[in-house]
Design a protein around this ligand. Structure first.
Ligand code: NAD
Length: 439
């Protein structure tokens, strides 16, 4: 099947490359000429493990191409995926900014000239958006023969390809059997391998995405609260999380305390869910609390660092390992580092930092930091070392070398990568999140 993908960011590019790998002919379209030029030259504009090989293979085999021309992308396409951004409206109280979605819809409407086409919304959008897009296209182009589908994406950055190729489930919302049939053809390899496919209405599909992300955000905020409680009562969150997570009804994933969730999805999607509830005269007090706990957690981390430095970070040199919101991505959107580091620097700390993929982008946002090439350079002369993101390359640091390079052997592990006893034996003052010192 010929498929067009509108928006070639994290989701559009990964989806396009994976759909090509399934055997479809895919044209990825984006308005950013720079991005398309880059891709045409064989470069990948984002860091996502395995994506360069996947794209190269499918381009070489003639199944994947890139364009800035929507008419070219849509020619003969039976399915058009919309994967444009839906950020929070700036100072908009959490509302999702749908301007990119509606603009894409207008442009798609103008180019819907061929036979029956399925327009598939892959972006995360508030309930009712797909139906609104349907109305908008029908009004702009009354002759268009099309159906609307909501097919939210659940991939995680850093594991995006395997998440797309081997998802826990695929959600397809529509009011049309003909559209469901096209979706089955698109996802045929997943139907064949028994992947659960949830077919439902447009509105339910849209809400499923927000509900899933909100649940995960609640889970993270819950374990962060438990970590804080552990610190208050003198308990250890690591065995607590393990034991709690071993209950099959709870599950051990997403029970790792840390500096709070970030990224391009959870922060904006939880806020959008709250706005959706509010607009419909409903509430979601659990999600409200998760958002509040998450904001407070970043503040707690700043205080934790300040207290460890004797009450003030002024004049101190702080080394920071990791900036991105999680490992294996270059995405810095809403990363806790973007809240925590400026707060420390404002109070007079000198920051020297490292991240395997995030430094180029971070330098634009936080010019006050010194960007260094490796973790040991970051430790040199530091009064404290903060492990902010659990990249694999920070998991087996040469502790003796670190300690010798540092001005003070203070290690603040915001991801609980290391064990308190081992760090104490290596000569560090070690502070984790919710960890018992003797553990
Ligand atoms: P992104 O910002 O990386 O990419 C969006 C792309 O769309 C940009 O390249 C932009 O230039 C392009 N674009 C905007 N308007 C356009 C138009 N009219 N025509 C063509 N291109 C246009 O965004 P993303 O991270 O890929 O997210 C896309 C959507 O998927 C969002 O709704 C997001 O919430 C959702 N989502 C993201 C993830 C993730 O991990 N990033 C996971 C699941 C769902």
């Amino acid at each position: 099947m010929k498929i067009a993908v509108v928006g070639t960011g994290y989701v559009g590019l990964v989806s396009g490359a994976c759909l090509a790998e399934f055997g479809h002919r895919v044209v990825c379209m984006d308005k950013l000429a720079e991005r398309i030029d880059f891709l045409r030259q064989g470069s990948i504009p984002i860091y996502e493990p395995g994506l360069d090989d996947l794209v190269a293979r499918n381009v070489e085999q003639g199944r994947l191409s890139f364009t800035t021309d929507l008419a070219e992308a849509m020619a003969d396409a039976r399915a058009i995926f919309v994967a444009v951004g839906t950020p929070s409206v700036r100072r908009g109280n959490g509302y999702a900014d749908l301007s990119y979605v509606y603009q894409a819809a207008e442009e798609i409407a103008a180019n819907l000239v061929q036979d029956y086409t399925v327009v598939i919304d892959k972006s995360t959008v508030p309930v009712g958006t797909a139906r609104q897009v349907q109305r908008l296209i029908a009004k702009a182009n009354p002759r268009a023969v099309f159906d609307m589908v909501s097919n939210p994406e659940f991939l995680r950055e850093g594991a995006a390809i395997s998440d797309f190729m081997r998802p826990d489930r695929v959600v397809v919302g529509s009011g049309s059997q003909r559209a469901f049939d096209v979706m089955r053809e698109i996802y045929n390899p997943l139907y064949l391998n028994g992947t659960p496919i949830v077919e439902t209405t447009l509105e339910t599909a849209e809400l499923i995405k927000y509900a899933a992300n909100a649940f995960l955000a609640v889970k993270i905020s819950f374990i962060n609260e438990m970590a804080n409680l552990c610190e208050a009562v003198g308990a250890d969150v690591k065995p607590l999380a393990k034991a709690v997570g071993l209950d099959g009804r709870i599950g051990g994933k997403f029970l790792h305390p840390g500096p709070g969730y970030g990224g391009s999805c959870f922060p904006k999607d939880t806020l959008a869910l709250l706005r959706i509830a509010q607009e419909h005269g409903s509430t979601s007090r659990l999600v409200e609390a998760a958002v509040e706990v998450n904001a407070a957690q970043k503040g707690r981390m700043i205080k934790k660092i300040r207290d460890a430095l004797g009450g003030s970070e002024a004049g101190k040199t702080i080394g920071v390992l990791g900036l991105t919101f999680k490992p294996e991505t270059d995405d810095l959107r809403e990363a806790p580092a973007l809240t925590i580091l400026p707060a420390l620097s404002e109070k007079g700390a000198a920051l020297q930092v490292h991240d395997p993929q995030g430094m180029r982008e971070a330098a634009k946002i936080m010019p006050e930091c010194r960007y260094l090439d490796d973790p040991y350079a970051v430790a040199t002369g530091a009064d404290a070392l903060i492990l902010m993101t659990e990249w694999n390359q920070y998991r087996a640091l040469d502790l003796q070398r670190l300690r010798e390079l540092m001005a003070q052997p203070l290690f603040i592990d915001l991801r609980n990568v290391y064990e308190p006893v081992m760090m104490r034996e290596a000569g560090f003052t070690y502070i984790g999140v919710g960890r018992l010192q003797g553990a």
